[in-house]
Design a protein around this ligand. Structure first.
Ligand code: ZN
Length: 353
């Protein structure tokens, strides 16, 4: 893998990740771009204890542009995009309309491929491996920024969940605090550790799920299952068998095997809901240990956290969506119409032969 870091016309960072070590990236951004004024502000809710990023400048962002004006396609002739070069493997750049910026963190866009009409599920294992390299490198780099405490790599796919660009891409949010979701998990891990005299809750959950009927896929280094209390109709959690706190902790074996495992999961989702248009909407989210101090989580160390990927779709069946309605939005109580055991069985039935 070769990494080349450069700057766009308005000063934002752009990083190419190439599979060939002899790739040269020297194209210059020729757009007359002025610096975008960003006004992200993190506000804490005194009653709920969570945070809201207020980012009013995002109202001006690009919304469903025609394919020939896609800002994530490579630049070609006079058609200038966010990627100055005429091709790329994987490219990462600072978001022009970030939800988090400056002291409030940083937002990046990860372009998985230069092919506008592809999808992650249709990448080759080599391409998917390069994306894993990019996620890992960005996690390391962003963790060094003074304003960053947690790095979140994710993909939103599908117009139904508000994706405004059709080009295959994901995002990275680098937060200036430990997110509420991660804090909840760390508190559970702390309580379990104290209650059992040092046992790890993630290990216990994984062992329990492995012995149950909701395992979707098992390989030498990875295990995927629908959790006992899945919130979404089709929700899969993917864990490396050896517990590591973040992507940087994955060993060579797990890294090499990841593309095959992840592509298989994505393809099973597509098989259940149909590969046609519109494509299966999903959210894919990497949970990593925060980089800040864990003082508030009694006796918990970074190594107690278990890196895992959460993949879920908001589809209930073909053509029907699960909405976050009164109980979910008003009370944080999810109502799941698909029993997790049934979802797991469906996901096993559509395995690649
Ligand atoms: Zn495109």
């Amino acid at each position: 893998m070769k990494k080349t870091s450069t700057r766009l016309a308005d000063g934002r960072e752009l990083i190419y990740y190439d599979s060939r070590d002899d790739t040269v990236r020297d194209a210059v951004d020729r757009r007359p771009l002025g610096r975008t004024v960003t006004t992200s502000e993190v506000r804490h809710d005194p009653l709920l204890g969570d945070a809201v990023a207020v980012a009013s400048h995002r109202q001006a962002r690009t919304y469903h542009p025609p394919a020939d004006e896609c800002p994530l396609c490579p630049s070609e002739g006079d058609r200038l995009s966010e990627i100055p070069d005429s091709s790329y493997d994987v490219a990462v750049f600072e978001n022009r309309f970030p939800s988090l910026a400056g002291d409030a963190g940083r937002c990046e866009v990860v372009c998985f491929t230069s092919d506008h009409d592809a999808s992650f599920a249709r990448l080759t294992e080599e391409q998917a491996g390069l994306v894993l390299d990019a996620w890992t490198d960005r996690t390391a780099e962003l963790s060094h920024l003074p304003s960053v405490e947690q790095v979140f790599c994710f993909e939103n796919r599908g117009a139904e969940i508000g994706v405004t660009l059709g080009h295959p891409h994901g995002q990275i949010y680098a937060y200036p605090f430990t997110t509420p979701r991660t804090a909840l998990m760390l508190r559970s891990v702390a309580a379990y550790k104290q209650g059992t005299g040092g046992e790890n809750l993630f290990d216990a959950v994984l062992e329990w799920e492995l012995a149950g009927e909701r395992v979707v896929l098992e390989t030498e280094h990875w295990v995927a299952f629908v959790p006992y209390a899945a919130h979404w109709p089709y929700e899969v959690h993917l864990y490396p068998r050896r517990r590591v706190p973040d992507l940087l902790g994955l060993d060579e074996g797990a890294r090499t095997e990841f593309p095959k495992v992840y592509l298989e999961l994505l393809r099973r989702f597509d098989r259940i809901f149909g590969e046609g248009e519109p494509p299966t909407p999903y959210i894919s989210a990497w949970h990593q240990a925060p980089f800040g101090t864990l003082e508030e989580f009694d006796g918990v160390a970074r190594d107690d956290f278990a890196l895992h990927l959460e993949l879920f779709t908001i589809r209930r069946t073909s053509g029907k969506l699960k909405f976050l309605a009164g109980s979910e939005s008003g009370m944080s109580v999810f109502i799941n119409d698909v029993p997790p055991e049934t979802a797991a069985q469906r996901l096993r039935e559509v395995a690649s032969s």
